[in-house]
Design a protein around this ligand. Structure first.
Ligand SMILES: [Zn+2]
Length: 378
């Protein structure tokens, strides 16, 4: 293992980077605690039941409309409670000179995010309680099959439907880069449907790149903040890494892992729900949607518990994509310099503490990625 101090090609983290990342982590923890506290409070005080009655009255006793009103009220309460933290996060990016987004644009993004969330939550919750009413015993299995299908569909349409709500994308014009990508892809015996320029600079000073979509929508997106400030060789290294995700089918594999976890989650949710209804009589029936916070609680606790496992899996995939990149490019030099540039531009911690990396990071520490590149060269 190599630490910043002994590795000449990885500069040590500045106190600024350490502070920024520490605040970001605490912000994430505070957000999770707030969400959990709200769910527990709704259940313990039965305010959830009160909200359900309110929704029924507003919906003239129509079940489906009441579900919609209830979901809307729940999301609105959550949004209002979390608004302070959200705004603090917006200010934080400015304080560390990482964002150039205007307040008005941020408010518009938050509004759009809330509406998109409301639409998706409504679809999911309406379907869920419809299934529960039809089959109180097997709902969790039916819902799992249906939601896994919906999840695959979402992964497919996200790059063409969801992302453009927040950012502009355009096909990459740079002929030289396109030529390099074609060469890289041919060597990999594969074909990516397209490379898109992602206009991130309107909102952020950070740089990013990703492989997104499934099937016909699968594409590599490169932030303009990266395209404008990195050399052709460095961009090629980033492209090769994203192509590594493509070659190793990481999106499909991640969906499969997610589906396995979701199956367990639905099974656990069903057990908890039956316990709450049959044993504790907290709710009259399984289809009483006032029990939604209980389902959300099961899902949130499970996600938090599994976060280190999923992050470890993601880091494994990232290492695999990195190795693919080392094999594909002429020399690892541009990979190392692109890593250092990214760390500086995004104020990332190059050498986070072991437990921070273990719990929070979906990517290996940059110091380790650089060390792996150097070891490869030897
Ligand atoms: Zn990656």
């Amino acid at each position: 293992m190599s630490f910043a101090g002994e590795n000449l090609t990885v500069p040590a983290d500045s106190p600024e980077a350490r502070r920024y990342n520490r605040i970001r982590r605490w912000l994430g923890i505070a957000d999770a605690v707030l969400g959990l506290a709200l769910l527990v409070l709704l259940l313990a005080t039965n305010w959830s039941g009160w909200l359900r009655d309110l929704a029924y009255r507003g919906a003239f006793q129509n079940y489906s409309f009441a579900v919609f009103l209830y979901v809307g009220m729940l999301l609105l309460i959550g949004k209002i409670l979390g608004l302070g933290l959200d705004y603090y996060g917006f200010r934080l990016e400015h304080r560390f000179n990482l964002s150039n987004q205007k307040l008005q644009s941020w408010i518009w993004d938050e509004t759009k995010g809330f509406l998109v969330g409301l639409v998706m939550a409504t679809v999911v919750v309406e379907l869920l309680y419809f299934i529960i009413r039809q089959s109180p015993e097997h709902w969790w299995l039916i819902a799992w099959v249906l939601f896994t299908g919906l999840f695959v569909l979402l992964a497919q349409i996200a790059p063409v439907v969801l992302f453009p709500i927040f950012y502009k994308f355009e096909p990459l014009e740079n002929e030289d880069l396109k030529e390099r990508l074609v060469r890289l892809s041919e060597r990999a015996g594969t074909r990516v449907r397209g490379v898109y320029k992602w206009r991130l600079s309107e909102k952020s000073k950070k740089a990013n790149a990703a492989l997104t979509g499934l099937g016909t929508t699968r594409r590599i997106i490169l932030a303009d903040t990266l395209l404008d400030h990195y050399s052709q060789d460095e961009i090629e290294a980033v492209l090769a890494h994203e192509l590594g995700h493509h070659v190793h089918r990481h999106i499909l594999k991640s969906i499969a892992v997610q589906a396995g976890i979701t199956l367990f989650g639905f099974w656990a949710a069903n057990a908890v729900l039956h316990y709450a209804v049959d044993e504790r009589h907290m709710f009259e029936t399984l289809s009483d949607f006032a029990n939604l916070p209980l389902l959300a609680l099961v899902s949130t606790v499970l996600s938090l518990l599994l976060m280190p496992v999923l992050n470890a899996y993601s880091r494994y995939n990232e290492r695999q994509a990195d190795r693919y990149c080392f094999r594909s490019i002429a020399s690892v030099g541009p990979f190392i310099s692109s890593m250092n540039k990214l760390a500086a531009q995004n104020l990332a911690e190059r050498s986070p503490s072991k437990w921070v990396e273990w719990f929070f990071h979906s990517h290996p520490a940059i110091s380790k990625r650089v060390a792996a590149a150097e070891a490869w060269e030897k």
